[in-house]
Write a protein that binds this ligand. Structure first.
Ligand SMILES: [Zn+2]
Length: 249
């Protein structure tokens, strides 16, 4: 059972809080995702993962925080980027509102890598300042492992699955929002090791179409497997963290 805040009335929220005071908060982006995917990819992924996670944990789901920190995508039209200061302030206000209503555990996660460091910093701060337990579920390495494992089952390499708008994100959207996926022929971008790429130069310095990976390898079947794998990774991390917190109370 998912308690999806944006679909509920306030009395429903009040009743729901008697059953669970854990809320999952996805953070995402509004940024370019190549010539074949919409700017909402990370937000759509965040919502779908959030929905699956909340279903597994029988808890609340807050609306996706978007946009996020996307300076490295600003060379591409349409991208909307928050400064680090604004992003952290938005997260603070979100969490303060939620703890004010009696949520005791706030599980943040990000479907957009650019938010990761700032999110951990602000969550640590809020955990100390607010009444509830505020934490970031999982990390980029863990999510990438879940992604690589799922895509690997279909013979897709990590480089093809891609760090951005590659086979993985394309497969995800083929499953959740096929109507938003444009033809992928010719959408292949930089397929290689991206670990040393300096983000401050922007994505366009390495990929002219904004893609890191090979969207042409994406299939619908991969999408379903990928979503399962990533959602169960985050749900497991949230369960472990809330259990740790209970023990230390
Ligand atoms: Zn993305």
């Amino acid at each position: 059972m998912v308690f999806e805040l944006t679909k509920m009335t306030w009395p429903d929220v009040e009743d729901g809080l008697a059953e669970s005071s854990l809320v999952v908060v996805p953070t995402a982006s509004v940024e370019q995702h190549g010539p074949h995917l919409p700017l909402s990819v990370d937000a759509l992924r965040g919502r779908e993962l959030g929905r699956r996670i909340a279903a597994e944990l029988d808890c609340f789901l807050a609306p996706v925080v978007r946009p996020g920190m996307s300076d490295h995508h600003m060379d591409f039209p349409g991208t909307i980027s928050l400064s680090e200061e604004t992003f952290k302030a938005v997260i603070r206000d979100y969490c303060e509102s939620l703890t004010d209503h009696g949520f005791t555990d706030i599980a943040l996660f990000t479907s957009h890598g650019g938010n990761a460091d700032a999110l951990v910093e602000v969550a640590d701060r809020l955990d100390a300042d607010l009444d509830g337990h505020v934490f970031v579920a999982g990390d980029r390495e863990g999510m990438m492992e879940a992604r690589t494992a799922a895509m690997g089952e279909f013979g897709v390499t990590p480089e093809e699955a891609g760090a951005h708008a590659g086979a993985a994100e394309t497969a995800f959207l083929l499953e959740t929002n096929p109507e938003l996926v444009e033809p992928t022929d010719g959408a292949t971008g930089f397929v290689g090791d991206v670990s040393d790429i300096p983000l401050e130069d922007g994505i366009r310095a390495v990929s002219d179409n904004g893609v890191l990976g090979d969207p042409e390898q994406a299939t619908l079947e991969q999408g379903e497997r990928l979503i399962e794998s990533c959602a169960s990774y985050f749900a497991g991390e949230i369960e472990a963290e809330t259990a740790r917190a209970v023990e230390s109370r």
